[in-house]
Design a protein around this ligand. Structure first.
Ligand code: DC
Length: 430
C-alpha cells in the first residue's frame, strides 16, 4: 500500500518548504503541483498568449510536456525537456500559473500526471485541490493557512534569496490577487477538505510547523500500521466465515453502501439494535479489526466468556459509571480496532421512541474517530429478506480538542439516531 499525504493551502503558507522537509524525513517523494501550473503558465507567457484566456491557452496544451524529477535539493521541473526550475519562480510566472490553473482543460491535463505519480509512490503532494479532487483517498490531509501578511513576508524573503527584485507591497498585492482568483474560480477552487486537518502557521517558526505536522502524520501512520498488521485469532476468522455463510443462506441479505466502510481508519460502528443476532451479523460483514462492548455478566458464563472474547467482545459494566468503559473503548481504538456500539443503549423493538446514549459520541470525539452509521433492515426471520444499509461516515472533527457540552453530545446523538433511522427505513426491493 502506498501512502499519500495531501497538503493544500494558499500561496506562501509554507507548503513547499514544509512538505519538502517532511518528505526527506519520511523518505517519500515530494511533488509540488504548483510547479506544474507554473510551467504551463510560463510556456503560455513565452508564446505571447493572454494567460487568462482559455481560447489562447488551450490550443497550446498538446505541445506542452511537463516532467518533474525529485532531487535532494528539491524538485526539478522540466518544460519540454528544458530545466525551468528557476524560471517558473518569477512574479510574472506566479500570476500566469494562477491564471492558467483556472482553465479546466489545463487542470485535466495535469490531473493524470499527478494521480499516476501518487499511485506508484509514497508521496507528499502539495497544491490547492489535492485533498479535495486529486487524491480524495489520501491517508493524511493537511490544510495549511497563515495570515496573508505573514505569507507575503515569507514569500518576499524567498524571492530576495533567489535574487528576484521586488517589494513587500508588490508581493502582498500579488498574493491577494492569487488568493482571490484561486479560491473563487469554478474549476477545483482552493478549499479545505472536510477530513483535512487545518494547521495555521501564523507566527510559527518553520521548525515548529514541521514538528506539528510531522506529529500528526506519525500518529496516522502508526495507526495505519496497527490496522494493516492486525491479525485476528484464527478462531475469529473461522467463526466469521461460518457466520457469514449462515446469514447469507438463512436471511438472504445484501449489504448496501459497502464502499462507505473505511479500510484505512478505525471507526465506531453504530446501528439500530433489536435482535441478539445484530452483533454477529455486523461482525461478519465488517473488516476483521472489530470489537464490540458486551455486558460483563456474559463473560461470567463458563466457556461463553472465553468464546466471545476471541470473537472480539470486551466487557463493560452496565449501570455503573461509564468511565471505565470509555477508557477500555479508547484503548481498543488506539490498538487499531474499530468498535460496534449500539447508541440506543439496549435492544428495542422497531418503532420504539429512543432517546439514545451519548457514549458513542463521547468516545468518537475523545478518540478522534468517525462514526459509521448503519441500518439493519429486516427481522432475522429465516428466509425473509434482510439488508445492511451502510451510511456515510460522520465526521466530528469540529469537536476535537474542545470540551463539548452535554448539549453538544445530545445533538450528535440525536443526529446519529436520525441518520440510523433513515438507514433502517429503506424499503427492501427484490
Ligand atoms: O503553489 P504555487 O504558488 O506554486 O502555485 C501556483 C499557482 O498554481 C497558484 O496560484 C494556484 C495554482 N495551483 C492550483 O490551482 N492547483 C494546484 N494543485 C497547485 C497550484
Amino acid at each position: 500500500m502506498n501512502i499519500n499525504i495531501a497538503i493544500d493551502g494558499p500561496s506562501g503558507a509554507g507548503k513547499s518548504t514544509i512538505s519538502q522537509k517532511l518528505a526527506q524525513r519520511l523518505g517519500y517523494i515530494y511533488i509540488d503541483t504548483g510547479a506544474m501550473y507554473r510551467a504551463v503558465g510560463l510556456y503560455a507567457l513565452n508564446q505571447g498568449r493572454d494567460t487568462k484566456r482559455a481560447d489562447e491557452v488551450v490550443p497550446l496544451l498538446p505541445a506542452i510536456t511537463v516532467e518533474i524529477s525529485p532531487a535532494t535539493d528539491g524538485q526539478q521541473v522540466f518544460l519540454n525537456g528544458e530545466n525551468v526550475t528557476d524560471k517558473i519562480r518569477t512574479p510574472e510566472a506566479s500570476i500566469a500559473a494562477s491564471d492558467v490553473s483556472a482553465i479546466p482543460e489545463v487542470r485535466a491535463k495535469l490531473l493524470s500526471l499527478q494521480r499516476e505519480t501518487a499511485a506508484k509512490n509514497n508521496v507528499i503532494m502539495d497544491g490547492r485541490d489535492i485533498g479535495t479532487q486529486i487524491l480524495p483517498n489520501a491517508q493524511v490531509k493537511i490544510f495549511l493557512t497563515a495570515d496573508v501578511e505573514d505569507r507575503a513576508r515569507r514569500r518576499l524573503e524567498q524571492l530576495t534569496l533567489q535574487g528576484v527584485n521586488t517589494t513587500f507591497d508588490d508581493v502582498l498585492k500579488d498574493m491577494q490577487y492569487r488568493d482571490k482568483q484561486d479560491s473563487s474560480r469554478e474549476a477545483a477552487p482552493l478549499a479545505c477538505a472536510p477530513d483535512a486537518l487545518a494547521v495555521d502557521t501564523t507566527g510559527n517558526t518553520f521548525e515548529q510547523s514541521v514538528e506539528q505536522i510531522y506529529a500528526v502524520i506519525a500518529e496516522k501512520l502508526d495507526n495505519l500500521q496497527k490496522i494493516h498488521n492486525y491479525k485476528p485469532h484464527w478462531f475469529f476468522k473461522f467463526a466469521k466465515g461460518l457466520l457469514k455463510g449462515f446469514f447469507k443462506l438463512v436471511f438472504r441479505y445484501k449489504v448496501i453502501g459497502a464502499e462507505n466502510i473505511p479500510q484505512d481508519e478505525v471507526v465506531i460502528v453504530c446501528a439500530n439494535h433489536n435482535s441478539l443476532l445484530d452483533p454477529p451479523f455486523l461482525g461478519a460483514n465488517l473488516p476483521d479489526n472489530i470489537g464490540v462492548m458486551a455486558k460483563e455478566e456474559l463473560f461470567r458464563i463458563w466457556g461463553f466468556g472465553k468464546l466471545i472474547r476471541k470473537l472480539g467482545a470486551f466487557p463493560i459494566r452496565r449501570g455503573q459509571h461509564d468511565i471505565a468503559a470509555v477508557r477500555t473503548a479508547l484503548q481498543v481504538l488506539k490498538a487499531g480496532k474499530s468498535l460496534i456500539i449500539f447508541p440506543e443503549g439496549g435492544r428495542f423493538k422497531s418503532g420504539t421512541e429512543v432517546k439514545g446514549k451519548n457514549g458513542a459520541a463521547m468516545i468518537a470525539v475523545r478518540a478522534r474517530v468517525k462514526i459509521l452509521p448503519m441500518g439493519i433492515i429486516g427481522t432475522f426471520k429465516p428466509f425473509r429478506k434482510m439488508r445492511l444499509n451502510v451510511g456515510k461516515p460522520i465526521d466530528l472533527s469540529e469537536y476535537y480538542g474542545k470540551k463539548p457540552e452535554t448539549s453538544d453530545y445530545n445533538e450528535i446523538t440525536a443526529n446519529l439516531l436520525r441518520v440510523i433511522g433513515e438507514l433502517k427505513e429503506l424499503r427492501i426491493e427484490n
